[in-house]
Design a protein around this ligand. Structure first.
Ligand code: GLU
Length: 321
C-alpha cells in the first residue's frame, strides 16, 4: 500500500512539480502509506540520468523521502509487453499506421463523439483492409498498437464510460478512446506503463496533476481489462504563470536552485508551496520535521482546488494568487 510521485526526468522539477510531490507525500503519510518514486523515462530522447539525479536531489531537499530503490520505466519493457500480450490474446489490440498529421486531418473532418476526450482517435485503422495493411508494411510504415476500447462491452459499438470519485475533483467520468498502448517505434505508451507499474508496485493512492484527469478513465478501463486493482485518485491543481500557461522555464526562477540563488531558503519554498494550496506549515526546524507535523493533520480532500498562479518574487516573497 503506497502513494507515489512519478516524474519524467526531462528537466528540472519546477514549482508545480514540487508542490504535487509534496502533496502526494503528505497524502501518503497522512494515511500511513509508504511512498515511492518512479522515473517515467519512456521517452528516451528527452530523458537523461542527470535530470533524474537532480530531480531526486530536489525531492530529498524539500523533505520528500521514499522507500526502496527508484524504479525506471525504461528497465521494465518486458512487463509492459506481457500486459500487451494479455490484451492481444483477447483481441483487444489493433495496429494503427496513422501519422499524427493524418489523425489531425481526420479529426477536423469528423466531430468528436461527445463522451470521448478531445482529440480522440477516430478509429481510421479499425477499418483497414488486409491489402492496405500489406501496402503500408511494404512501404516501410511500422504500426502503433491501439486498444480496441469498445470490444470489451456487450455491444461492440457501445462506448466505454468510466465513473470514479476523485478525492479532490469529486465525481468524475469520461469515455475511453482507442488509446495508443505501444508507439510505432516499439516503445510502450504512458497509459499502459503507468497502469502496470502502479499495480505491480502496490500503489493504492495516486496524487498527480489535474492535467491527467482526462486520462484516468482510460487507465481505470485498462486496470479492469488486466484484472488489476484501481487505486484512489486525487488530481491536484497545476501551478500556472501569470500568462495563464502552465509554469515553465519561461516564467523566470521556478526551480529550487533558481529560487535559492534569489535568496529563498528551502523552507521558504516549501512553506510558500503548501500555503498556496491552503496548507499552513508551522515554525519547526528542518523541512522534514515540519512536514511530519503537517502530515499528522493533512487531508488531501481539503486542499484548495483551484489553479494557483505564481506571480514570482514580490518584495522578496514567493507570491501566489
Ligand atoms: N510522468 C507524468 C508526468 O511527469 C506523471 C504521470 C502520473 O503521475 O501518472 O507528468
Amino acid at each position: 500500500m503506497s502513494g507515489r510521485f512519478a516524474p519524467s526526468p526531462t528537466g528540472r522539477l519546477h514549482l508545480g512539480n514540487l508542490r504535487t510531490a509534496l502533496l502526494a507525500w503528505l497524502a501518503a503519510r497522512s494515511r500511513g502509506l509508504e511512498f515511492i518514486v518512479r522515473m517515467e523515462d519512456l521517452d528516451r530522447v528527452q530523458s537523461e540520468p542527470e535530470h533524474e539525479r537532480v530531480q531526486l536531489a530536489d525531492l530529498a531537499a524539500i523533505g520528500v523521502d521514499w522507500s526502496g530503490a527508484v524504479v525506471r520505466q525504461s528497465e521494465r519493457f518486458d512487463l509492459y509487453r506481457d500486459a500487451l500480450a494479455t490484451l492481444r490474446s483477447r483481441d483487444l489490440l489493433y495496429e494503427c499506421f496513422c501519422s499524427r498529421r493524418e489523425v489531425r486531418a481526420e479529426i477536423e473532418n469528423s466531430p468528436n463523439a461527445p463522451h470521448l476526450p478531445p482529440g480522440s482517435y477516430p478509429g481510421i485503422c479499425r477499418r483497414l483492409t488486409a491489402e492496405r495493411r500489406r501496402q503500408l508494411l511494404d512501404g516501410g510504415r511500422t504500426p502503433a498498437l491501439r486498444l480496441r476500447a469498445d470490444r470489451s462491452m456487450e455491444r461492440e459499438d457501445e462506448a466505454v464510460l468510466i465513473e470514479f470519485t476523485d478525492l479532490v475533483c469529486g465525481h468524475s467520468d469520461g469515455g475511453v478512446d482507442d488509446v495508443v498502448l505501444q508507439r510505432n517505434d516499439g516503445v510502450p505508451a504512458y497509459n499502459l506503463a503507468v497502469v502496470v507499474d502502479d499495480a505491480l508496485q502496490g500503489v493504492t493512492q495516486v496524487v498527480r496533476g489535474d492535467d491527467l484527469l482526462a486520462s484516468t478513465p482510460r487507465q481505470i478501463h485498462l486496470q479492469h481489462l488486466l484484472g488489476l486493482p484501481t487505486p484512489t485518485y486525487a488530481h491536484v491543481p497545476l501551478v500556472m504563470g501569470t500568462d495563464g500557461e502552465r509554469l515553465s522555464k519561461r516564467h523566470g526562477s521556478v526551480s529550487l536552485d533558481e529560487l535559492q540563488a534569489e535568496g529563498q531558503t528551502v523552507r521558504d519554498v516549501v512553506r510558500a508551496l503548501l500555503s498556496s494550496s491552503g496548507t499552513e506549515v508551522g515554525d519547526d526546524d528542518g523541512p522534514s520535521t515540519a512536514l511530519e507535523q503537517v502530515a499528522s493533520v493533512f487531508d488531501i480532500g481539503r486542499i484548495r482546488d483551484e489553479p494557483s498562479v505564481y506571480e514570482g518574487l514580490v518584495d522578496g516573497q514567493m507570491t501566489f494568487r
